[in-house]
Design a protein around this ligand. Structure first.
Ligand code: DC
Length: 231
């Protein structure tokens, strides 16, 4: 079967990562969480007190950042920043509060997009993010765009944070999601947009299993090579 690229874009907390991870597992594809890369850059900038308004400082800091992914013993992909596992830390609120500002910077995006393309050189990849179908892989064979109602998104994110022992009240989460929607959609560099050829799925009323099944069904139709016409 043909190896394809599956791009899953959409707003925060619509189930992109969970769907992408499960689809990749089922298809035996590589899963890449592009949001984790922007989060890792943000964590590094916070640790090193990088002034986001100083382009030279940003560029210098970017040179010292190496992001890698490793699959742990439970089969879950985790993010490493310069060889250190930062999977837990990049999900914390202090990173969520700054990540939209960091990911709006042109040089940060250029560096991340270059890495994302390298990671998918051999195709057979499911990547989730904001600009995967529009900028990173405009040629992706399957593009999905996820949406969901704000309250459902906020409760999903709260549950996710709780699973990491981080109790955050629902109003704080809603306000963070709203701010990020606004910044991610209105930035100059690669704003969050549905690609014209992306298939929209509203996940408000459907379960993760249903989402995953739907995407796999669509992927399989793209993976089957078209038969050569008979002579
Ligand atoms: O998917 P996430 O919520 O973990 O992403 C964190 C932030 O990173 C999000 O607010 C916007 C940014 N992002 C981006 O600009 N482009 C991507 N491809 C993925 C994430």
């Amino acid at each position: 079967m043909k190896k394809i690229i599956i791009a899953i874009d959409g707003y925060s907390a619509c189930g992109k990562s969970t769907t992408a991870r499960e689809v990749a597992k089922e298809l035996n594809y590589k899963y890449i969480d592009s949001g984790a890369m922007y989060r890792a850059v943000t964590l590094s900038f916070l640790q090193r007190h990088v002034a986001l308004t100083n382009p030279k400082e940003v560029d210098r800091a970017l040179l010292g950042i190496r992001i890698t992914f490793l699959v742990n013993s439970k089969g879950i992909t985790e993010t490493y920043l310069n060889g250190i596992n930062v999977e837990k830390e990049i999900r914390k609120m202090n990173v969520s509060e700054k990540v939209s500002q960091v990911s709006a910077l042109r040089t940060v995006r250029l560096a991340m997009v270059e890495q994302q393309r390298k990671l998918a050189k051999e195709r057979g990849v499911v990547m989730d993010g904001r600009d995967i179908g529009t900028v990173v892989f405009p040629d992706a064979e399957l593009k999905i765009f996820l949406t969901a109602d704000m309250l459902v998104r906020a409760f999903r994110r709260q549950k996710e944070l709780l699973e990491r022992d981080d109790l955050v009240d629902i109003d704080t989460i809603i306000s963070n999601l709203q701010q990020r929607d606004e910044m991610d959609s209105n930035r100059t560099e690669s704003p969050l947009r549905k690609a014209p050829d992306a298939i929209g799925i509203d996940t408000t009323q459907i379960s993760i299993d249903e989402q995953v099944d739907e995407v796999i069904r669509m992927a399989l139709t793209k993976m089957i090579r078209p038969l050569k016409p008979q002579a």
